[in-house]
Design a protein around this ligand. Structure first.
Ligand SMILES: [Zn+2]
Length: 447
């Protein structure tokens, strides 16, 4: 009989503290079999691979000496009083705490993620552009999984027609700025994730600033112009970009590795905003949003932990009608205006302000967005409210990142701290801009 001490650290004991056991075993292999029997299948799966060998990220020490230096390996003969200690390798970067081991145990035990993968997820920064139908399930999954940092970008305000598919929001959130309500909800879901909310429109002038410094960008937008802007900014900054679109019963997903694979413009060179059907005219089935968002998250996780994503140069097309999943081969094109051989590096002249009409919004009124090129997060909403009230507007809702006011049931204006605004009820771009200016002109002397 050889009695030895076997120590399981807290991280491998479901966070329940270090566990010391005195067992009888004559080889390392035998010791592991006995301890696996005591600790259960979960422990065994995380420490030993299917061939019965310790996993690559597991280090085993006999009397403080790593057994990888020992030729006998798992067959190493043990002596009376030997002490065995096992420790998962720490790859540097984010530290996995005992709480993390509990919270993320069911994904850490996946061979495809594991302990090292979890560290990488905690060390990853993802920018999710759009907090609507696709953005909601993308965000819920990423925050639940413990991605290190997440930035949410959207300019919209929550409407009752969003609630059937945008499940981060409740009735009480109607009228609130989406990014603010999403931030509140997601932070409660997982306080360990650093989340930032940016209430702004994505345009070719703002896209680069929005995504700079992030490891992965997820497209959860509903406008083709904004998608092109994001695609081009990701190409310039070399950030992997995961596209998804969904409408009615169909959706598509594609992963773009800048300057290595087909980009969005290689795939869809000439889509026009005016010809695109939208959710508000065509409707959308919530299930398709969960399908495409789930696939986007799976692609993002693969990229984050250093695996090859599955939809590079492939467009996945999903149709719920017959439940068809098609993967269509895509290729980069030399003629692509964004990533081809003749990309003109035009110095685009940045206008100080952009006005766009939002198409197909089913409100019976025309809707415009006004976006300043300079992103700030400092517009004082109480000043905006003062100006609004002195001009006869009525307050509809007020949050930390945005305010909504209305004027005689004709105009509904949401003003965001970024300086962007959505104006429902203006009759032309000029009118939208002049309404916007009545607020900001008066603001200028104050700032
Ligand atoms: Zn391209």
């Amino acid at each position: 009989m050889t009695t030895i001490e076997f120590v399981v650290p807290s991280v491998l004991n479901k966070g329940a503290g270090e566990k010391k056991m005195s067992i009888d075993a004559s080889t390392l292999d035998e010791a592991f079999n006995i301890v696996s029997g005591i600790m259960g299948d979960d422990f065994k799966r995380r420490v030993i691979d299917i061939n019965g060998k310790p996993r690559a990220l597991i280090n085993i020490y006999i009397n403080g000496k790593n057994m990888r230096f020992n030729n006998a390996g798992m067959g190493s003969v043990l002596k009376e009083g030997d002490s065995i200690y096992i420790l998962p390798a720490v790859a540097g970067g984010a530290e996995i705490t005992n709480q993390d081991m509990l919270r993320y145990s069911r994904q850490i035990m996946l061979e495809e993620i594991g302990y090292v993968g979890m560290e990488k997820l905690k060390d990853t920064k993802i920018c999710v552009v759009g907090a609507g139908g696709i953005g909601n399930p993308v965000l819920a999954q990423l925050v639940g999984m413990g991605i290190g940092e997440i930035r949410i970008v959207d300019r919209d305000v929550i409407e009752i027609s969003n609630l059937h598919r945008q499940h981060l929001y409740t009735d009480a959130d109607i009228g609130k700025v989406k990014v603010e309500a999403a931030l509140e909800r997601l932070q409660k879901m997982n306080p360990g994730v650093k989340i930032e909310a940016i209430p702004i429109s994505v345009t070719k002038f703002t896209a680069e600033k929005i995504i700079k410094g992030y490891d992965i960008v997820i497209d959860a937008l509903d406008s083709i112009d904004a998608r092109y802007a994001l695609n081009d900014a990701c190409l310039r900054l070399g950030i992997p970009f995961i596209y998804a679109g969904a409408l009615g019963m169909v959706g598509s997903v594609c992963t773009i590795l800048p300057n290595h694979s087909a980009c969005l413009r290689c795939i869809f060179p000439e889509l026009s905003e005016d010809e695109m059907p939208t959710c508000s005219t065509e409707g959308v089935h919530p299930s398709i949003l969960y399908l495409v968002s789930g696939i986007q998250v799976s692609e993002a996780v693969k990229i984050a932990i250093g695996q090859q994503p599955s939809l590079v140069n492939k467009l996945l097309y999903v149709d719920l009608n017959d439940l068809v999943f098609d993967k269509i081969q895509m290729n980069r094109h030399d003629e692509c205006p964004s990533c081809g051989l003749h990309v003109e590096q035009k110095d685009i002249k940045i206008p100080s302000i952009m006005v766009e009409e939002l198409c197909g919004r089913d409100r019976g009124k025309r809707t415009y967005t006004v976006t300043p090129a300079q992103i700030t997060n400092e517009v004082d909403l109480s000043n905006i409210l003062k100006i609004a009230e002195s001009n006869g507007y009525i307050l509809k809702s007020k949050g930390n990142l945005g305010i909504t006011v209305s004027f005689q049931n004709q105009l509904l204006i949401s003003f965001l701290t970024s300086g962007a605004a959505t104006i429902v009820g203006a009759k032309s771009e000029e009118e939208a801009l002049s309404i916007y200016n009545t607020f900001t002109e008066e603001l200028k002397p104050l700032s």
